[in-house]
Design a protein around this ligand. Sequence first.
Ligand code: DAH
Length: 339
Amino acid sequence: MEEKIKELQKQIEEYQIDGKEALENFRIQFLGSKNVLKMLFSEIKSVPNEQRKAIGQSINALKNAAQNKFDQYSNDANKEEETNVSIDLTLPGDAFKLGSRHPISIVNESIINIFSNIGFTVSEGPEVEDDWHNFTGLNLPDEHPARDMQDTFFIEKNPDWLLRTHTSSVQMRVMESNELPIRTITPGRVYRNEAISARAHCFFHQLEGLYIDESVSFADLKQTLLYFAQEFFGEHAKIRLRPSYFPFTEPSAELDVSCTLCSGKGCKVCKHTGWLEIGGCGMVDPNVLKNAGIDPTKYTGFAFGFGIDRIAMLKYQINDLRLLSENDIRFLDQFKATW
Ligand code: DAH
């Protein structure tokens, strides 16, 4: 027995642990569930009583020696593993992916800033609208031929409901529920039943403006639009108003801004006219004021409606309206640096 213990002690001391595999073999041999030391313990019965204690202690010492050797080598192995992980602290970190803002949002935000500088608030209204606010209240009664100008999506369950065809519907709501004077703009999405192409879509964006007070004049409208054009398109921008027709304004005009790309000389974008059409405007029709409960003998006002998609397309030279609603990251990524 003593011989065996000495032999095992020698084996433990001299065991070459030169890698993970050797360490594992050592563990199995001396510490595993069927290790050789256990066999020694089981042989203790055959040892004469007076020697048992000493033999037991020797086997225990062997066990401790095996455990110590194992612990020491496994610590070393772990340390080695840790230091082998190559971390280069001088490498630059991973860059954060910046999100980008949608060109429609960028344009809306800059127009809101421009108008809030001259005291305009921002209003909102529902996209599912009733006939009164979208049509009848705005001087477009049933059977009015101008209703055909705006191919409407009606809500099947209730023909009085529709998807608003223009943000002018919010004019009515604001006039009905606000104290005068009113100075507000309304950005929003509108819907029309149009075939989808590079130049038309069944939904798009408008921004409505409304100013009602005593003695608001057409000159105020012109000056406000000129101020906007120069703030948005640059200080050399000019505006042009072409007589037009809208049921809710009288007189009415179409608003053009001088082409900022060719400075009015004529190019592909302005179709060689030197002018870009960006919306409609006019003096609020007295009938509309009356419909909203405002006294047209005391108050006057102007209104305008811009096509936001069109302005974004001109500003960023986007040649297909559909790009604005396809959520193609390759397209949207380009607007990272623009705000
Ligand atoms: N609502 C008109 C449209 O969608 C645009 C418009 C024209 C709005 C004249 C106005 C306005 O407020 O005064 O075509």
